[in-house]
Design a protein around this ligand. Structure first.
Ligand code: ATP
Ligand code: 3D1
Length: 222
């Protein structure tokens, strides 16, 4: 029996992975997609034309970057639903507005008028009854120290030059955001409890939790 059937995970489920920078979303996306024989939707970092510029000068590029991410994620969302599901997605569209755009506006590195323009576009595109929400959002959480360790170990130059206070601010905001999030069902996983890199047997424990959660929240699948 395949792992999808073993854990009662529908073949057309759309599961999105959320969590702060460096917590392990891409790694989790790849691992779960392989285990479930699902397709992946990755956040493309290398081909993002604004990311380097943004880390160099937040104020100048934050609006451009948010528009870019919104377009990319919306296209991916469309692709996943056109395929009829069966996807693991690396980062949800909700984090762009709920974490990043909001943080930059409140810290003064996104112009308030630009922020209004961005949020009205986001709301018109996403916060409508026609927008298909994922079946499950897996929220990865962990201590600030372990996450900063992972960012340093990965070593993307633009992230190394960013002050630790940026990651600290983001970490706090993620905790508040997830406590109030209600866009779709949420499964929280602590990175200290599951280690899919060092303990491959943990993958099935996660699949078991996903299956139970999807069964419990099946009402969302209409
Ligand atoms: N379970 C784990 N144990 C140890 N290291 C891990 C684990 N999962 C991921 N990592 C490492 O942590 C770093 C960040 O992981 P990853 O790129 O998956 O994070 P991410 O959340 O997708 O980041 P971003 O928000 O930038 O997209 C990588 O170097 C990865 O190899
Ligand atoms: N909406 C966003 N606004 C600002 N930055 C963002 C956004 N989404 C991802 N990132 C950054 C974090 C990582 O450095 C890198 C890969 O996740 O991209």
């Amino acid at each position: 029996m395949n792992l999808r059937d073993k854990y009662g995970i529908p073949h057309d489920a759309v599961i999105t992975i959320a969590g702060t920078v460096g917590v392990g979303k891409s790694t989790m996306t790849k691992t779960l997609a392989e285990a479930l024989d699902f397709k992946t939707s990755f956040e493309k970092v290398d081909t993002n034309p604004y990311l380097d510029r943004f880390y160099d000068d937040f104020s100048k590029w934050s609006f451009h970057l948010q528009i870019y991410f919104l377009a990319e994620r919306f296209k991916e969302q469309k692709r996943m639903f056109e395929y009829g599901g069966g996807f693991i997605q690396d980062r949800s569209i909700y984090e762009d507005t709920g974490i990043f755009a909001r943080m930059h506006k409140e810290k003064g590195t996104m112009d308030p008028v630009d922020y209004e323009t961005y949020t009205s576009l986001f709301d018109a595109m996403v916060m409508t009854p026609y927008f298909p929400h994922p079946d499950l959002l897996i929220y990865l959480e962990g201590s600030l120290e372990s996450i900063i360790g992972r960012i340093q170990e990965r070593g993307r130059p633009m992230e190394q030059q960013t002050p630790i206070t940026y990651w600290e601010e983001m970490h706090g905001r993620y905790e508040d955001w997830i406590d109030n999030f209600n866009g779709c069902p949420v499964l929280r996983l602590n990175i200290n409890d599951y280690d899919i890199v060092k303990r491959p047997e943990d993958v099935e424990k996660i699949l078991d939790r996903i299956g139970s959660h999807l069964t419990k929240t099946a009402v969302y699948r209409g």
